[in-house]
Design a protein around this ligand. Structure first.
Ligand SMILES: NC(=O)c1ccc[n+]([C@@H]2O[C@H](COP(=O)([O-])OP(=O)(O)OC[C@H]3O[C@@H](n4cnc5c(N)ncnc54)[C@H](O)[C@@H]3O)[C@@H](O)[C@H]2O)c1
Length: 276
């Protein structure tokens, strides 16, 4: 996809978590193409190596688990140690297992919260401290999901963890504003990040869901990246504490399925009189 907007992040250092695949991999590609020094972090070492292979020394790969204090420290220290500074931190890493509420285990529930909530907290805290020490402000973009604000069967842990990310980001935006650090959330809808071919059960479920999306198609990873880059750019200098939905409109409703007609024939809406 090409867009009629270009970003210049030359001289800036961007940390991207969850960089081994999906949106994270697309973020690394776009920030590197826009001139940033990129620290690509993930716990999946082979996937991360694949993401970083094209860039040589311009991208630093850090294998780490964002849900641990050591992991978050390793990523942020890697950025400041290698490039001397930190301007942008995109906390994209997440896990999204789906299980029915009645079958959910404590182990899976805790893992979802450890990665999606504690990971976002630890990374925001570490990045915030590094940015404050430099005294030049910064940008932090956290991730949410459309399911944080509407029910979705099987998503008890995931949806509630993403709602927590939004709430957390609002508090972080308030607390870090005095330091010129802007904190926002991107909330994707259905984004096509799955390796193909899809398992039949997933393909079948998508073929039912996609026609109901207002734009009747899934989003591309690059369409999420475009929103993140805007939030990290000078163009978004007065935007903090917001949730930017990149969801093709699914958050506001489903695609109109039939011609739109006024079938209430009892009144003339202009005169207010009952029709005979
Ligand atoms: N794809 C979608 O349809 C969709 C929809 C709504 C929200 N989102 C959000 O967008 C973001 C990206 O989605 P995606 O589909 O590219 O995700 P993905 O599952 O394809 O990739 C997530 C990455 O995070 C990494 N990761 C997981 N746990 C980690 C940990 N503890 N430490 C370090 N890395 C870890 C994984 O290894 C993986 O590379 C996520 O935050 C997700 O919640 C995605």
């Amino acid at each position: 996809m090409t867009v009629n907007v270009t970003y210049d992040f030359s001289g800036q250092v961007a940390v991207i978590t969850g960089a081994a695949r999906g949106v994270g991999r697309a973020l690394v590609e776009s920030f590197a193409a826009a001139g940033a020094h990129v620290v690509a972090a993930d716990r999946d070492e082979p996937g991360l190596a694949q993401t970083c292979a094209p860039y040589g020394d311009a991208v630093l790969a850090v294998t780490a688990d964002v849900s641990t204090e050591d992991g978050a420290a390793h990523i942020i220290d890697g950025a400041t140690g290698r490039f001397g500074t930190l301007s942008i931190c995109v906390n994209n890493a997440a896990v999204a297992p789906h299980t029915s509420l009645l079958e959910e285990t404590v182990q899976v529930w805790d893992t979802v919260y450890a990665v999606n909530c504690r990971g976002t907290f630890l990374m925001t805290q570490r990045a915030g401290r590094a940015m404050i020490a430099q005294g030049q402000g910064g940008r932090i973009v956290n991730f949410s999901s459309g399911v944080s604000s509407r029910g979705s069967a099987g998503a008890a842990a995931y949806a509630s963890s993403r709602a927590a990310t939004e709430s957390f980001s609002r508090v972080a935006a308030i607390e870090l504003a005095p330091y010129g650090i802007l904190v926002n959330c991107v909330s994707p809808g259905l984004i096509d990040t799955q390796p193909k071919p899809l398992p039949p059960v997933m393909a079948e479920s998508l073929s039912r869901r996609i026609p109901a999306l207002p734009l009747a198609r899934p989003g591309e990873p690059q369409e999420v990246v475009n929103a993140v880059m805007w939030l990290c750019s000078d163009a978004a200098s007065y935007v903090t504490g917001t949730v930017l939905h990149v969801d093709g409109g699914v958050g506001v409703g489903t695609r109109a399925g039939a011609p739109i007609i006024d079938d209430d024939v009892r009144y003339d809406w202009v005169t207010g009189r009952q029709r005979t």
